[in-house]
Design a protein. Sequence first.
Length: 488
Amino acid sequence: MKKLLKIVQVASEVAPFSKTGGLADVSRSLSKALRRLGHKVIVITPLYGRSIDKEEHHLELIFSDIVLRLNSQEKIKVNYWRGYLMDGLPVYFVECPKYFSKHTRLYGSDQENARFLVFNVAVLKLLSLLKFSADIIQCHDWQTGLIPYYLKTEFRYSQTLIKTKTIFTIHNLIFQLGHNWWGILPEHKDYGRSRLPHLADPALENINFAKRAILSADFINTVSEQYREEIMTKRFGQDLNRILQNRADRLVGIVNGIDYNTYNPAQDTALAKNYSFSNSEVKSENKIKLQQTFGLPVIKDMPIFCTTSRVTFQKGFELLIKLFPELIKLEAQFIIIGAGDKKYIGELQKLARKNPEKLVIVPSHEANQLYETLVYAGADFFLLPSNYEPCGINQLIAMRYGCVPIVRAIGGLYDTVEDFSAVARRGTGFTFENDNEFDLHGAIIRALEHYKNKRVWRPLVKRAMRQSNGWEIPAKKYVELYYKALKN
Ligand code: GLC
């Protein structure tokens, strides 16, 4: 047997402590899955002073007033707290009120780079305080991007980390630093190799953390195989396609999973009735509860479409908005739940006011959390016509609940949803290729037609529910990647 590893997971969000998106689920579930494989895992994340309740999460203070030397002139003090994700899986929180306790939201200040630079130095300092000589530090997204860079530069000779290898995981290449890369003047763009500006220097806010991570990490990975290919092209590469191509031999794709204990229709207490793939017809009882909950006419055989993502351009709302005047004519109900772009929400609300018996929109992140699984249990179709999608998690959860996905064949959606074929009796959903509303419309009509034939539909629902999307397989793939990095 290969030796068990010492692994550090670093992320700016970790559920249930902090969450704005799928990143928080991945950092939590992957850490747990690695722990279950027997490895020694620790997680490190910021302590957002206004949104993480220390008492509620039973955090204990473990180091206080630790001085971080940021460079020859600047220092700052931090504290470290500890909580647990599960037995034997500690989460360390970096507390630095000046940078992490001013706002209730997690991101969006005008000094995002400064905040996360402090966080990155604090992570490395903590590892030496704990004498945790990690084999692997896995850094998630730009907020952790200076860690691989520091390990090749300033922290090169750190006693504790002398043998440590880094993995940089790209969850969304659009985000490369605390600000919009495309908004930076060409003469101020970071080419990735200069010395870092001081904390007090506004030039720090132009430093591209993701680029530096891509240049320095021992391995880089994306959250699906298809997205790995896409980001090496000009169309999806966000200006980093060239440097990603140069590191293609160190760039891999590993599709995310979902937590099969959290998301299990056979045990989920939010449902009217539990079920599994062998009795999915029970979904109709959940449909009734869903219609009642959202004030739609209760009609047992009415097809229901849902979306549960953030209401944004990325998630394909441009197409949905164009198509909705057509969709609303269908004999079907639509439930849209999730916060986001005011422009799209306004348009949808207008339409919902005119067609209250057909369309409900609940623009709330909290409602999304609360009703998420009831929506999948009661609805028949899950819509996610994303413009781009590094992995996508909700289609995986929807499938587990027998809510058949209709998605654009792109990124992680391409990897996880197989287009239905009536002839071959294969497939777990409906996909379309091009970024236009006509193709989306086609996929929706195709799905509705097959829905009418229960002899075709039931096996399709069953296949979607049985597709294996837990974390065991991806976690093992990560471990293989870690061994590979250690060999190099
Ligand atoms: C980002 C991506 C999403 C992915 C998630 C977790 O939110 O946009 O596609 O599923 O990260 O990796």
